[in-house]
Design a protein around this ligand. Structure first.
Ligand code: F6P
Length: 394
């Protein structure tokens, strides 16, 4: 009897599948779905993974996770040492609210631009996607759900063009992906940045200082603008509007004349002065992107020189990528995961799930990659910032 109950529990997904399908569908071969997470992590990744696994099991399919982006398929060592792992109900239990990704991720080792030594020992970038595809097929996987930002989705698109069934799920705290109104992780990042800026008000006021807060976002100013406006910053500097530091200094001095002896300046890591360039931590190398960072310190030093006011800077950095996803990001992630599995059931490939509120829709992967979504200068949040007297550095 106990044996029968446990068999029933083990097979209940399969039974559900057969109950809700008929004819050809019920005879269909069990699909084997792989999922990978690539690029910088973002709150909500685990919720997407859980949604994909449960939605796949519900259809009687099998699900597998590729470890560390595409690395689990990329290097023979990783592949042989468990680069592809089975994902069952237990693997994804209780992870919806957890930051990070249970599969691991990386923003190195892009198989389209994999760093290898040439005959002179010089490091060059090589396309090794054929090896990824070979190992994918060796594992008898039917389809890939690739969760990632522009880099990972470009790889997904290349794999689709070489014949794999691929569905993309957009992810980035930066919200800079075109074709989707928002990506999961963004709301959590803005929420946390807003809370941090709120906390800086009291110390700035107590010490009559200028506090400069640098936030991530790469070449787009979404996080800085949304958090800056929500937290009532006095100036917000974004990559889309090159700043004139004298305008920011004037804002600080003007506040002083009105008896407000402190100021809060929020700067996106990609902000740059008029006629100037990005502030970098490190330049691009083979297989590794350039790293932005340091503009907050520069702005604080310039403001001290121009206003004479004590200035401090703080960079929120990777704190924006950690922690539990907001309910908005969790729900978006769960919806994206389920929609990706539905897309595979419908036989779709080469597409990305996207949100166009209130609906989730499918868009072409090809049209989604290599198109950065920056802040439109006439968008309502920019207009609101200007109406509230927030200095945008222009
Ligand atoms: O794209 C997400 C992001 O957090 C950017 O905002 C930031 O510039 C970059 O990743 C940092 O990457 P890394 O994890 O390599 O420091």
């Amino acid at each position: 009897m106990l044996w029968w109950i446990s068999e029933f529990i083990n097979n209940k997904n399969h039974l559900f599948f057969n109950l809700k399908t008929t004819g050809d569908q019920a005879n269909m071969k069990t699909k084997r779905i792989a999922v990978c997470t690539g690029g910088g992590d973002a709150p909500g990744l685990n919720a997407v993974i859980r949604s994909i696994v449960l939605s796949s099991l519900y259809r009687g399919w099998e699900c597998f996770g590729i470890r560390d982006g595409y690395n689990g398929l990329l290097t023979p060592e990783k592949y042989e040492k468990g680069g592809v792992i089975p994902l069952d109900r237990d693997s994804v239990r209780g992870i919806t609210h957890l930051g990070g990704t249970i599969l691991g991720t990386t923003n190195k080792g892009n198989p389209l631009k994999y760093p290898v030594a040439d005959h002179t020992g010089h490091i060059i970038e090589k396309d090794v996607t054929d090896e990824v595809i070979k190992r994918f097929r060796d594992k008898e996987l039917d389809a890939l759900i690739a969760i990632g930002g522009d880099g990972s989705l470009a790889i997904a698109n290349a794999l689709h063009q070489k014949g794999l069934n691929v569905v993309g799920v957009p992810k980035t705290i930066d919200n800079d992906l075109d074709q989707t109104v928002v990506t999961f992780g963004f709301d959590t990042a803005v929420h946390f940045a807003t809370e941090c800026i709120d906390r800086l008000h009291s110390t700035a006021e107590s010490h009559q200082r200028v506090m400069v807060v640098e936030v991530m976002g790469r070449y787009a100013g979404w996080i800085a603008l949304n958090a800056g406006v929500a937290a009532t910053a006095d100036a917000v500097l974004i990559p889309e509007i090159p700043y004139d530091i004298k305008k920011v200094a004037e804002k600080v001095l003007d506040r002083g004349r009105q008896g407000r002896h402190f100021s809060i300046v929020v700067t996106a890591e990609g902000a740059k002065p008029v006629g100037g360039s990005l502030t970098l931590v490190s330049k691009k190398e083979a297989g590794v992107n350039e790293r932005l960072g340091g503009v907050g310190q520069k702005v604080a030093e310039d403001l001290l020189a121009l206003t004479g006011k004590d200035s401090r800077h703080v960079s929120l950095g990777h704190l924006l990528r950690g922690g539990t996803p907001t309910s908005f990001d969790r729900l978006l992630s769960l919806r994206f995961g389920a929609a990706a599995v539905r897309a595979l059931e419908e036989g779709q490939s080469g597409i990305m799930v996207a949100i166009d509120p209130p609906d989730v829709k499918y868009v072409s992967l090809e049209e989604s990659i290599n198109r950065m979504k920056t802040v439109p200068l006439d968008c309502d949040t920019i207009l609101t910032a200007r109406d509230l007297g927030i200095c945008l550095g222009d």
